[in-house]
Design a protein around this ligand. Structure first.
Ligand code: FPP
Length: 265
């Protein structure tokens, strides 16, 4: 659902770099300390399992435990937003048995983890094409979002059946529909207004994107939102990820000079 809460003129006259929900600030206002929003491409579950001669599902199960460690590390580090890529739109091409294992794991995760996340002040959101999941999973996704909507300690977004190109195409369709309906003037469609049609509307862009397993690509993850993100590639398989790796990525981030296209100071 697009979030267009301000008038078109108000939004478009603001500075271009959105980093805070509910208000737009310029790049020089961004705190030099830690990242507000960390996003993670969790990769390497299969290789972790293969290296132990275990079935792939064992790697995914350990991967789900690593999500818990990432959430704890984010909270302890003062990160306000954490987004994890749990299932891409391309992952549906995996063998049916692995899809069944992954959706089964998601089903159990929703039944067992949400209560604890709720108790720990975590607000859950899901982005991606949830209509592709079974009805009972869709119901649990909605319930998890509803039950945690008042939490403020950490905003956890889980990308499920998510692909950035599909997200951008859907946003373009929604913007075009608004133009056709006469609620949006074509000339007024600027970057800030367009991002209100994305699945991540209301969420600041990621400051830091971490990918584990040594692979170095974005794999259709948050392509619009990653425009100025710092990228950190870690040589650890996702099921082994822990607070030390999180801290190492944050330390790397703190050494980066973020200029957002401006000249060096
Ligand atoms: C990539 O590893 C990981 C996935 C496709 C699934 C990610 C799922 C989890 C971390 C667990 C479930 C999480 C939740 C929130 C329920 P891969 O299988 O591509 O590994 P490989 O590249 O080594 O084969």
């Amino acid at each position: 659902m697009p979030v267009i809460s301000q008038s078109v003129t108000e939004v478009c006259e603001q500075a271009p770099s959105s980093v805070a929900v509910g208000r737009t600030v310029t790049a020089h206002e961004i705190p030099a300390l830690g990242p507000a929003h960390v996003a993670i491409i969790m990769d390497g579950n299969g290789r972790w399992a293969a290296s132990r001669s275990l079935p792939r599902i064992s790697g995914h199960r350990e991967g789900a435990r690593a999500v818990r460690r990432a959430v704890e590390a984010a909270i302890r580090s003062g990160v306000s937003w954490l987004t994890v890529y749990a299932f891409s739109s391309e992952n549906w091409r995996r063998p049916a048995a692995e899809i069944l294992d992954l959706t089964g794991l998601l089903r159990r995760y929703l039944k067992t983890e949400v209560a604890e996340l709720k108790a720990n002040g975590v607000r859950l959101r899901f982005i991606g094409d949830r209509a592709r999941f079974d009805r009972d999973i869709q119901t649990d996704l909605e319930a998890a979002e509803r039950d945690t909507q008042r939490n403020l300690r950490l905003n956890l977004t889980i990308a499920l059946s998510y692909g950035a190109r599909a997200e951008i195409a859907a946003a373009a369709r929604a913007a075009a529909a608004a133009v056709l309906a006469g609620t949006l003037e074509l000339d007024k469609l600027c970057e800030d207004l367009f991002q209100g049609f994305l699945a991540t509307a209301g969420t600041p862009d990621p400051d830091l994107i971490i990918r584990t397993s040594g692979e170095q690509r974005l794999s259709n993850f948050l392509l619009w939102q990653a425009a100025y993100a710092e990228l950190v590639f870690l040589d650890v398989l996702w099921p082994d990820f822990n607070e030390t790796h999180f801290a190492a990525a944050l330390a790397d981030y703190s050494r980066r000079d973020r200029r957002f296209g401006a000249r060096p100071r």
